[in-house]
Design a protein around this ligand. Structure first.
Ligand code: DOR
Length: 454
């Protein structure tokens, strides 16, 4: 019996057959649709769709009652290595990603030291080779000193693009003046992600935070005007150079109204935090554990974000996973650092919004799989189609489960959603045809790889 199995397995044309699952596929018109189909995987790639359920393969995964999404890409996380590993490192961050159904992460450059040179990008890529459990890529950070070297650094395999902080946030990366921003946009063809808050306004208004001394003053200090002004400035430069920028974590109604008419110059990211929490309630309940940049704003902004999501203004949802320890978060505002965990809760939270009929599953797959792969030009990612990487996020759309601090694998061990019951849960994360996470069990033999870009 065993011999036969071995003989059969060496003759199988597939390494893995995933059968009975409902898949979210891209059809020949580029539309997303759900279809129950069996997938054949070989050498880490999707080799065939629509196979018979008894097709021979070295291994079979029965996904009955489950839904198969392309491996989710979280295109904005802060994993803190090197330098700030008491908050997170590439191992704990990517473990948290896999448990949350995220197959690939794009990591931000505000580490210590900053990731703003070729040597620093190479250093992160080396670290990730031995520590990262999910697939990964890294941003290079823009500074006033490096506009002319960004393009060549961003061509490195495993570098997903350039990050610009127009306003100060965690760390000291900052390019606040138009002269330098202009030089960056002039010199760069690779994707550029931008944190849009106007530094001059943030400095001028800082006393609102120090005098208010309560987290609910955070959106008053870092007001809509400071975000809108920066967004308008970077979009004007993108128009000048006839290119597109990717504007990160847009949180206000006014920016969405502006960006709606700027699709030729900007792709737009929003976050589950802004779609789920709102001021003043989040600050009353969570205090500094709701403090982030740009801030979570009032309900009418959240309503406008949902409208923008439905109208197609929003292209991507990222988590902006930005861990800080409880000890750091417990400092009195505004000495408390800004940032919330999120990589592990991106998928369950958004599936819950799907269950509540706020968006369709197909639209969610656009926002967290297909569009980030397309915008950052990631090879082989973001779709269930022949020739694509066999990365999958397998979910149970009906499973009800409570998000809790004890479930969070991030080193800091907390989530603003502790105690929230959601409908829809990530059951498995597959990387190149191998199960990396199954119901919170992680398989130590499976490791992530650097993403390649075209
Ligand atoms: O709240 C935030 N935290 N916003 C950012 O832009 C950075 C992040 C962090 O790295 O802590």
């Amino acid at each position: 019996m065993r011999l036969n199995q071995d003989k059969e397995s060496t003759m199988s044309s597939y390494d893995l057959l995933i059968k009975n699952g409902e898949c979210v596929l891209t059809d020949s018109q580029g539309r997303l649709r759900r279809e129950k189909t069996n997938l054949g995987i070989k050498d880490g790639k999707i080799l065939a769709l629509g196979l018979a359920a008894n097709t021979s393969a070295k291994a079979v995964l029965d996904a009955q009652h489950l839904t198969i999404l392309p491996g989710v890409i979280d295109s904005q996380v802060h994993f803190r290595e090197p330098g700030l590993t008491h908050k997170e490192d590439l191992y704990t961050g990517t473990l948290s990603a896999l448990c949350g159904g995220v197959a690939t992460i794009f990591e931000m450059p505000n580490t210590s030291p900053n990731t703003s040179t070729q040597a620093r990008i190479d250093e992160k890529l080396n670290l990730a080779q031995s520590k990262a459990k999910s697939h990964y890529a890294f941003f290079v950070g823009a500074t006033n000193d490096n506009p002319e070297s960004l393009e060549s650094i961003a061509q490195t395999k495993g570098c997903c693009g350039i990050k610009i902080f127009m306003g100060s946030s965690t760390g000291d990366l900052l390019v606040s003046e138009d002269t330098y921003l202009d030089r960056i946009l002039k010199n760069v063809t690779r994707p550029i992600s931008v944190h849009c808050e106007d530094e001059k306004l943030l400095i001028a208004r800082k006393s609102i935070a120090t005098q208010g001394a309560l987290p609910r003053f955070h959106p008053k200090w870092r007001n809509v005007e400071s975000a809108l002004r920066a967004t308008q400035r970077i979009v004007a430069l993108a128009e000048k150079y006839r290119r597109k920028v990717h504007v990160l974590h847009i949180a206000s109604a006014e920016e969405m109204a502006f960006l709606k008419n700027k699709k030729h110059a900007a792709t737009v990211e929003c976050l589950p935090q802004y779609l789920t929490l709102s001021a003043p309630e989040c600050y009353e309940r969570l205090g500094t554990y709701a403090q982030m940049n740009p801030p979570i704003r009032e309900q009418h902004h959240q309503d406008a974000l949902w409208k923008a999501l439905r109208e197609g203004v929003i292209d991507v949802l990222g988590s902006d996973h930005a861990p800080h320890t409880r000890e750091e978060k417990d400092k009195p505002y505004p000495r408390s650092p800004s940032g919330l965990t999120g990589v592990q809760t991106l998928v369950p939270l958004m599936l819950n919004h799907v269950a509540q009929k706020r968006l369709s599953l197909e639209r969610l797959v656009e926002l967290i799989c297909r569009n980030p792969a397309h915008i950052f030009r990631a090879k082989g990612k973001g779709q269930i189609a022949v020739g694509f990487d066999a990365d999958f996020t397998i979910v149970d759309l009906k499973k009800q489960k409570m998000i809790s601090n004890s479930w969070i694998r991030s080193r800091v061990g907390w989530t603003p959603y502790d105690g929230m019951t959601v409908e829809g849960w990530p059951m498995m994360t597959l990387l190149k045809g191998q199960i990396a996470m199954r119901e919170d069990t992680l398989f130590s033999n499976v490791i992530g790889e650097a993403v390649e870009f075209y």
